[in-house]
Design a protein around this ligand. Structure first.
Ligand code: ZN
Length: 115
């Protein structure tokens, strides 16, 4: 099983991966959905592609690229979207005028952290 941080990384970067290498992106998605551990492979991939590592995106002081904002204390939870399957760690700060993104891992739209 791929850990939630790296599932979140795959979820957040899936569109980028699919543009760069469609067959590999689909293979990874199939693998993590089947419960295989691709964390080590994704870590190598993030370095190869010069994308921020999962730990940096979700735990570091930098909220990461636009659309990948980490949870911040004091932010109203209604403004924070999470992946519905609760498997992947991705969190997105909702912005007006920006469509709600899909969770690549679960194939459904993100939902507010708390209804
Ligand atoms: Zn997700």
């Amino acid at each position: 099983m791929t850990d939630a941080l790296w599932l979140g990384w795959l979820c957040a970067n899936f569109d980028v991966l699919r543009r760069l290498d469609p067959p590999e992106a689909e293979r990874l998605l199939t693998a993590v959905r089947a419960g295989r551990d691709e964390g080590a492979h994704l870590a190598v991939l993030s370095r190869d592609l010069d994308l921020p590592a999962a730990e940096d995106v979700w735990r570091g002081p930098d909220p990461g690229p636009p659309g990948m904002g980490a949870l911040r204390p004091g932010r109203p939870s209604a403004d924070v979207l999470v992946c519905p399957g609760a498997r992947c760690q991705r969190t997105v700060v909702r912005r007006s005028g920006v469509p709600v993104p899909f969770c690549a891992v679960d194939g459904v739209r993100l939902r507010p952290a708390r209804a």
